[in-house]
Design a protein around this ligand. Structure first.
Ligand code: PLP
Length: 401
């Protein structure tokens, strides 16, 4: 008999979508996977060289549970340069991906009975981890086309039990990038109601409109003492499997993570830590520029193809690497009595008929959405998106099965 907390969790919908694509591929079909949340590109040579050097130098032992001190220092320096705000080693914890950093925060900060505001559609790990900590997710829904939160709606969700608000800009799945005014308003609200801000900035390298990513601590420096800024190398360096992330926070939160990680994973993988340290020491930014260029081209090309959709507006895709389609008009125009009634049905059809893996919005708490990753290799992306457009445009005229 499993513990009760397991009933709080449903499996990851994004992992299930990837799994479905893999199963279809195993039957010999050429599946184009636009369900994944990663960019298919060779990681930087500096990371690989750093890993090999670490192995050859015999880097086998445990490290400090929140990471090698030089790596924490290098991350503090990186973040200081990116945000224009000074960060020290004691503000940084190295984690096994952003996911572990977020779980540390949930366990260290949320009490049973606390409420945590989450902007929805959302990456499903946010509410799952809040539940694991015994707290209650309180959702504030955002709408197309901007998917940007309305501060009035967030304020209406605050109660005396509210402990924190979790934000994620650039956003998975919607691609929204919150503007400075929105970030400042969230900052003011957190100060007024004495809330923590958990700001997941895992997609900070991928902003395609405007200038650069703006962290909430840049938009509103006054919130720094109540902000936990979570980030990772997973997406930025295309090393999702290496499992290396970090968070920047007041030292009390870092100390709590040190305790937690000493009883959970001990430390993030030592080879990965050395590899990233090497990259931070010798990298000249060329990989990051190449990656941004590749994704920017993919986004432009993809938006051109998606502009051929009928009954579906073009997505914003201002940041992250997802096209998030609002299928509400299309779903309501589907022939009555047919076997296609929801975005889940449509995602299933795209896999079965067009051989394209996608993620239906239900995974993110939004029955109207469909997420397509534009990190796939460019030729496959182009073919996959054309098939998506062709299939979606054919739906309205199909006879009920
Ligand atoms: N945060 C967001 C918003 C994500 O979308 C993801 C992965 O999809 C993560 C964090 C996980 O990052 P990591 O692989 O570093 O744990």
């Amino acid at each position: 008999m499993l513990a009760q907390r397991m009933s709080l969790l449903s499996g990851s919908g994004t992992a299930a979508a990837r799994e479905a694509a893999k199963i279809a591929a195993a039957t010999g079909r050429q599946i184009i996977d636009l369900a994944a949340g990663e960019v298919i590109i060779e990681p930087p040579s500096s990371v690989r060289e750093g890993a090999i050097a670490a192995i050859n130098a015999g880097a086998n032992r445990y490290t400090d549970s929140i990471g090698l001190t030089p790596l924490r220092g290098a991350v503090a320096a990186k973040l200081s340069a990116e945000t224009g705000i000074g960060w020290n080693t004691d503000n940084i914890a190295i984690t096994a991906g952003a996911k572990q950093g977020l779980l540390d925060v949930a366990l260290a900060v949320f009490n049973p009975g606390d409420e945590v505001i989450i902007i929805r559609p959302c990456w499903p790990t946010f509410p799952s981890q809040v539940l694991l900590a015994g707290a209650k997710p309180v959702f504030v829904d955002v709408r197309p086309p901007t998917y940007t939160p309305d501060i009035v709606a967030i304020r209406a969700a605050v109660t005396p039990r509210t402990k924190a608000v979790i934000i994620n800009s650039p956003n998975n799945p919607t691609g929204a990038v919150y503007d400075r005014t929105t970030l400042q308003a969230i900052g003011d609200l957190a100060i007024n109601y004495q809330l923590w801000i958990v700001s997941d900035e895992s997609y900070s390298s991928f902003v395609f409109t405007g200038s650069r990513h703006e962290s909430i601590v840049m938009a509103h420096p006054g919130v720094r003492s109540r902000t936990i800024l979570v980030n990772a190398f997973s997406k930025e360096l295309a090393i999702t499997g290496w499992r290396l992330g970090y968070f920047a926070a007041p030292p009390e939160i870092v100390s709590a993570a040190k305790k937690l990680q000493s009883h959970t994973t001990s430390n993030a993988n030592v080879i990965a830590q050395h590899a990233i340290l090497h990259h931070l020491q010798v990298g000249d930014g060329s990989f990051e520029r190449k990656m941004h260029e590749r994704l920017s081209d993919a986004r432009n090309n993809g938006l051109r193809i998606l502009s051929g959709l009928q009954d579906v507006s073009s997505p914003g895709a201002d940041g992250s690497f997802f096209f998030y389609l609002d299928l509400s008009r299309l779903v309501s125009a589907l022939p009555a009595g047919g076997h296609l009634r929801s975005t889940d049905d449509i995602a299933r059809l795209l896999l079965e008929e067009a051989d394209v893996g996608t993620v239906a919005g239900g995974t993110f708490g939004d029955v109207n959405g469909l997420r397509l990753c534009f990190g796939a290799p460019p030729d496959l992306l182009e073919t996959g998106l054309k098939r998506v457009v062709e299939t979606l445009n054919s739906l309205k005229t199909r006879q009920p099965a």
